[in-house]
Design a protein around this ligand. Structure first.
Ligand SMILES: Nc1ncnc2c1ncn2[C@@H]1O[C@H](COP(=O)(O)OP(=O)(O)OP(=O)(O)O)[C@@H](O)[C@H]1O
Ligand SMILES: [Mg+2]
Length: 393
């Protein structure tokens, strides 16, 4: 059928036509915002899941909802590259944008004036040439957010922005994608800002997303982190939602999926949102129409799998050194895992201590993570079976 009208969106952070199966998470954040305007406190939110489950699109959806209610919304993305801007600089830039957009409609007085002055101090430390211009002339606030220590300054900023937002009938939300890649100091500063805000009933909230290793990384940064956030695991979609992710976008274009075709794609994707999009797109392009049949679905899965092999999986495989590949190959009999580190060393006929650096290298590259002490698993579903399909050596 016409690829121009193809309603599926395989990719990174591409909003699907049908954001299936995430009503629970959306409701949690709706409740948080409704409580916030009543000045009731809630824990901040951390969403965790494997690659391709839909964390980024969900984060964007939540951010849009907060923006529509005139919240002060910032969004940053962490990563491990050398070129990533420091967290402080990213926060200053995103809030600068939010404040520029919002201040046009606000009267600059009271708490807001103070919050903007605090923001100026905070941003001065990222750009000594004068700080970011918020579009209005305001002097930096002395003694607020100007120590240079991220934890103290972020807390000052969070409290002052929250006070201003409360006066304006909203709140502050900072969205952080790939949160597991922040440094310990950055995570610790976020925890402190949330902790202080909670104690002072200030409506500053973090909504983070990251790999399943994130709760552990946060707990290492601050021991109270496990009580600070509501942890929402984001996983594969249950069958009815996975089916809806396929059929609803097609129905909007008056195209029907045969029931058996839906069942096939849902089963072969195991409900993983990214695979659903990839297979759905390939099935649509292959189908002569008017409906999507089992044959089309079968072809879609085949073409989609080959696309995944050549892109999604291969790019990860190629990032690994020969020793790291050998390690991942030892994991592959466990499928989507997890594998036991000790057992892997045995399979590799190596002493456990000697495989430590390889394992650490893979964790650093984001290819595997440790769900628990002594366990290791792939960060992408289906990696084990991809490796089984690769010629050894
Ligand atoms: N709820 C959903 N229903 C249908 N499709 C979805 C859903 N969530 C995400 N998708 C699709 O899945 C793919 C992956 O989404 P996204 O990039 O948000 O995942 P992610 O968890 O952020 O992955 P990564 O960890 O690699 O950043 C996209 O193609 C997106 O359109
Ligand atoms: Mg993402």
């Amino acid at each position: 059928m016409d690829p121009v009208l193809n309603p599926y969106s395989p990719g990174a952070g591409l909003r699907p036509r049908e954001l299936a199966g995430r009503d629970g998470e959306i409701t949690s954040f709706d409740v948080l915002r409704q409580r916030a305007v009543r000045r009731l406190t809630s824990r901040s939110i951390v969403m965790t899941g494997l690659r391709g489950v839909g964390k980024t699109v969900l984060l964007n959806e939540l951010a849009d909802r907060a923006r529509r209610e005139s919240w002060i919304v910032g969004k940053v993305e962490a990563d491990r590259s050398q070129t990533r801007r420091p967290f402080r600089q990213q926060v200053a830039a995103t809030l600068n944008r939010a404040l520029r957009e919002e201040t046009g409609s606000w009267e600059i007085a009271g708490r807001l004036r103070r919050a903007l002055a605090t923001f100026r101090s905070f941003s001065l430390h990222t750009d000594p040439s004068g700080g970011l211009a918020i579009g209005i002339d305001i002097e930096p606030e002395r003694g607020r957010a100007d120590t240079g220590a991220l934890d103290t300054d972020l807390t000052d900023l969070a409290l002052d922005l929250a006070a201003a937002a409360t006066e304006l009938g909203s709140g502050v939300a900072l969205f952080i994608d790939e949160m597991q890649d922040l440094t310990r100091e950055e995570l610790s500063a976020i925890c402190q800002a949330c902790h202080e805000s909670g104690q002072r009933e200030a409506q500053f909230h973090v909504v983070g997303a990251g790999l399943p290793s994130l709760p552990g990384v946060l707990a290492e940064a601050r021991s109270y982190a496990e009580r600070l956030f509501d942890y929402l695991p984001i996983g594969a979609l249950p069958v009815p939602d996975a089916s809806a992710a396929l059929t609803r976008p097609a129905a909007e274009a008056d195209v029907e999926w045969e029931e058996a075709a839906v069942d096939l794609v849902v089963e072969r994707s195991a409900g993983y949102p990214y695979f659903l999009q990839e297979f759905g797109k390939a099935a649509w392009d292959y189908a002569p129409g008017p409906a999507i049949t089992v044959d089309d679905a079968r072809a879609g899965v085949q073409v989609g799998t080959s696309n995944l092999d050549h892109g999604f999986f291969r790019s990860r495989w190629e990032r690994a050194t020969p020793a790291e590949r050998e390690y991942m190959r030892a994991m592959s009999p466990d499928g989507d895992g997890p594998s036991q580190s000790g057992e892997l060393a045995r399979r590799l006929r190596r002493p456990p201590t000697s495989v430590g650096p390889t394992r650490a290298g893979l964790i650093h590259k984001g290819l595997v993570y440790a769900p628990e002490h002594g366990l290791i698993a792939f960060t992408v579903p289906g990696m084990g079976s991809f490796i089984d399909r690769q010629p050894s050596g």
